[in-house]
Design a protein around this ligand. Structure first.
Ligand code: FES
Length: 376
């Protein structure tokens, strides 16, 4: 009898061990470490606001030495920071590419350049309400977009639309400062002459430098010294060499049009890199779902439309959900889907995350009522 009991006990223990393995925690990888790193926030103060065009401003942020931030971390041209602001009691974050030369970080300065977006909550707040002297909390620089001297060719073609010029201004200055030894041609498309961001800087660079050049086309205006219309094969032809790296930053439509042109030049896909800063999903029919958010000390039930991400719905309801990149890349917003279905646009989940029902709310659109567990 004793032997039977012992056997039953062993069987039960084995069962428990197997059950615990089937729901094992995601493996702690270098990405998790990166995410933990990103939790470090910097306190900055706005020391200058420069009006680039009627709806674009460059903000200079300096380490706020009176707070817990004596210095700002170095960054690579092409990286972004996430700003944390509270608008009408609603905590929100937005990621913006750094537009300043990486060398500015040595002086504890970051610059971001923000364009007004129609009905854009954060862009309108930044352009209309933020003033010199205001304090701002920002993340460490992050992101993989930009030039890599190990991966990339010496002839770099950058294609920018509208405010997509910002990472390339940082890259242009990094090259001029001697950080990279490559040739850069920035093809920059804007509607009119008045819409050109960094106009003065671009003119100066074009006058003085051979290895960095800006080629600007105005899509809705004709003006001496500028190309006219959308970029086409003929405009790019003389700048394409045998081996090229192409970097793109701008609206989706620009990527689509440029990809067709790049196909004509036989530029391999692996040589083309995109900055991804939009997440969009247009369902055929608009539906409002219930979203139950389970936090450490409370549960809150809100609504979420199927054309907005779970993150946006939570921010609308003043829930302090974690977020940084907002495009599914950094993993910082990772949360557990307890029940329901979502459409995740463009997020690369790790295998262990997917196996354990993790999702990235910043790129998840509801496809049913949802119960979500946040780690806050
Ligand atoms: S905020 Fe970066 S993955 Fe969601």
């Amino acid at each position: 009898m004793e032997a039977v009991d012992k056997m039953e006990k062993i069987k039960k223990e084995r069962k428990d061990i197997i059950a615990s393995f089937s729901k094992k925690k995601p493996v702690d990888t270098y990405i998790d470490k990166e995410v933990r790193n990103m939790r470090d926030l910097y306190h900055t103060v706005i020391t200058d606001i420069y009006e680039e065009t009627k709806d674009v401003k460059t903000f200079t942020l300096m380490a706020d030495k009176d707070s817990s931030t004596p210095h700002l971390a170095p960054f690579k041209a092409g990286q972004y920071i996430t700003i944390h602001v509270t608008i009408d009691s609603m905590p929100v974050t937005r990621a913006y590419s750094l537009s300043s030369a990486p060398a500015f970080a040595n002086k504890d300065i970051y610059k971001i350049t923000i364009k007004r977006v129609e009905n854009g909550l954060v862009s309108n707040y930044m352009l209309d309400q933020v003033k010199v002297g205001d304090k701002m909390v920002v993340s460490k620089p992050a992101g993989e977009f930009g030039y890599s001297f190990i991966r990339d060719e010496d002839n770099v073609i950058a294609i920018a639309g509208g405010s997509g010029i910002t990472p390339f201004m940082s890259l242009a200055n990094a090259i001029l400062d001697g950080v990279y030894n490559c040739n850069l041609t920035v093809f920059y498309s804007v509607k009119t002459y008045e819409d050109i961001i960094f106009k003065k800087e671009i003119e100066e660079i074009n006058k003085k430098n051979k290895n960095v050049k800006f080629v600007i086309t105005l899509t809705r205006e004709e003006k001496d010294g500028y190309l006219h219309g959308h970029f086409n094969k003929e405009m790019l032809e003389s700048y394409i060499k045998e081996f090229n790296t192409v970097l793109m930053c701008g609206p989706k439509e620009l990527y689509k049009a440029m990809n067709e042109i790049l196909n004509d030049f036989n530029i391999p896909r692996k040589s083309v890199h995109y900055e991804n800063f939009f997440v969009q999903y247009e369902p055929e029919e608009k539906i409002e779902y219930k979203l139950k958010v389970v936090m450490k000390d409370k549960t809150q039930e809100i609504t979420c439309n199927n054309d907005e991400t779970l993150l946006v719905a939570m921010e609308r309801a003043s829930i302090k959900a974690p977020s940084l990149c907002r495009v599914g890349e950094c993993g910082y917003c990772r949360s557990i889907l307890l029940s329901g279905k979502v459409k995740m646009i463009g997020a690369a989940l790790k295998k262990a995350e997917a196996e354990n029902d993790y999702i990235h709310p910043c790129v998840s659109f509801p496809d049913s009522d949802i119960v979500l567990k946040l780690d806050i």
